[in-house]
Design a protein around this ligand. Structure first.
Ligand SMILES: Nc1ncnc2c1ncn2[C@@H]1O[C@H](COP(=O)(O)OP(=O)(O)O)[C@@H](O)[C@H]1O
Ligand SMILES: [Mg+2]
Length: 320
C-alpha cells in the first residue's frame, strides 16, 4: 500500500453555479521514502492539492465533490477532527515558501520547536531534543541559537527552523511547498541539499512543490506536472528531464533559468495560466501550445499511459 494515494480528486471553491473547480481529477501516488515533485506555474492548483492531504484548505469555501486522499490507506476526506489532528504533524508535516510568516515573532525559535514536540512527542519536549534537531538541520551553536527570536535570523536560517519543526514530530511525509522560492539563490541549493539529506536519514517521503523544473533533477524520484487543475504529465524524474513529452512540460523546461542566472519568476512561456472559471474548451493548454492542432480546441484530452510508467495528457505527444 502506498503511503499516499490521491484518487480522482476534485476540489471546488464556492457552490452551485458559482462553484469554481481548482483541482479536477488529480491522481498522485507517493510511496514511503520516495520524493515526488509537483511542478507547474503559479495558479495551477499545486498548493491546494498538497494542503488537502492534511485537510488544510478551509471548507467552506472549498469542498470536495469527488475523490479520495488515502494516507496509509485511510481517507482523510472522511476523517473526524480528532483523527485529522493526529495526522497533522504525526504523519504529514509542511514547510512553506515564507518561513518568516509561519514563525511567531514573539516566541524564541527553540520554544516554538518545543511546542511542536509537546503535541506529538511530549516525552522528548526538552532543550536537549531541540538542540539535537537544530544540529540535524545544520544550525551551529544550537544551544545559543534556540534562544533567538525569528527576526534575529536570516531567511535561510528561518527555513532551517521550520524544517526542524516539521521533522520534530517524525512525519512519514514532508510536504515542502516552494520551500526555496523566497530565498537567495545560493541558500536555495543548501536547503534542497538539507531536505534530501534529512529524507534519506529519517526515511521520510517528500512531496516537493516547485514552479522551477530546474531544481527537480537532483532530488526527485518521480515528477507530476500540473496545469490548470490537472496533471498533464507524470514520469520518472530522469526520463522526464531527458525527454519531456507534453508540450507544457517542454515549455517549462525551456523556462528553466540557465546555471548562474538569477532565479526570477519565470515568464518565458507566452500567455498566462487561465484563472478559475476561465478554462478554455478542449485541451486547457491549447491557447498557449506551440504545437496546437485544430481538434485541440474541442477535444478534451485524457491522461494516457503512453509508455510504461509515463502518462501524458496530449494525443500529439509524439509530434516533434
Ligand atoms: N481560498 C480560495 N478561494 C478561491 N480560490 C482559491 C483559493 N485558494 C486558491 N484558489 C485558486 O485556486 C487555484 C489554484 O491555486 P494554488 O493551489 O494556490 O496554485 P499553485 O500552488 O499551483 O500556485 C488558483 O486559481 C487560485 O486562485
Ligand atoms: Mg502554491
Amino acid at each position: 500500500m502506498p503511503l499516499l494515494e490521491i484518487k480522482s480528486l476534485q476540489l471546488e471553491f464556492g457552490t452551485g453555479d458559482k462553484a469554481l473547480r481548482a483541482v479536477d481529477g488529480v491522481n498522485l501516488t507517493v510511496e514511503a521514502g520516495e520524493t515526488l515533485c509537483l511542478v507547474g506555474e503559479s495558479g495551477c492548483g499545486k498548493s491546494v492539492t498538497a494542503l488537502s492531504i492534511a485537510r488544510l484548505v478551509p471548507t467552506p469555501p472549498a469542498h470536495y465533490p469527488a475523490g479520495e486522499i488515502l494516507l496509509n490507506g485511510r481517507d482523510v476526506l472522511k476523517m473526524d477532527k480528532r483523527e485529522l489532528r493526529s495526522i497533522r504533524g504525526g504523519v504529514v508535516s509542511y514547510i512553506f515558501q515564507e518561513p518568516g510568516a509561519s514563525l511567531n515573532p514573539v516566541f524564541r525559535v527553540g520554544s516554538q520547536i518545543k511546542e511542536a514536540l509537546k503535541l506529538h512527542r511530549p516525552e522528548v519536549a526538552t532543550d536537549a531534543e531541540v538542540a539535537r534537531l537544530l544540529k540535524l538541520v545544520g544550525i551551529a551553536a544550537a544551544e545559543s541559537r534556540m534562544r533567538d527570536y525569528p527576526h534575529q535570523m536570516s531567511g535561510g536560517m528561518q527555513q532551517r527552523i521550520m524544517i526542524a519543526m516539521a521533522i520534530a514530530t517524525h512525519p512519514k511525509l514532508l510536504v515542502a511547498d516552494e520551500p526555496t522560492t523566497a530565498l537567495d539563490v545560493t541558500i536555495q541549493a543548501q536547503i534542497l541539499d538539507l531536505l534530501l539529506d534529512l529524507k534519506q536519514r529519517l526515511g521520510m517521503a517528500l512531496l516537493l512543490i516547485t514552479h522551477n523544473l530546474g531544481i527537480v533533477g537532483n532530488i526527485a524520484d518521480r515528477v507530476a506536472v500540473m496545469y490548470a487543475g490537472q496533471v498533464v504529465e507524470t514520469a520518472n524524474a530522469k526520463e522526464l528531464l531527458r525527454r519531456p513529452l507534453h508540450p507544457y512540460t517542454k515549455a517549462l523546461m525551456n523556462a528553466v533559468p540557465k546555471t548562474g542566472a538569477r532565479a526570477e519568476r519565470l515568464q518565458a512561456i507566452p500567455g498566462m495560466v487561465p484563472t478559475l472559471g476561465n478554462f478554455p474548451s478542449g485541451c486547457r493548454f491549447h491557447p498557449r501550445c506551440p504545437k496546437v492542432q485544430a481538434d485541440c480546441r474541442e477535444k478534451i484530452p485524457s491522461l494516457v499511459e503512453v509508455e510504461a510508467g509515463r502518462g501524458a495528457r496530449c494525443p500529439y505527444w509524439q509530434t516533434p
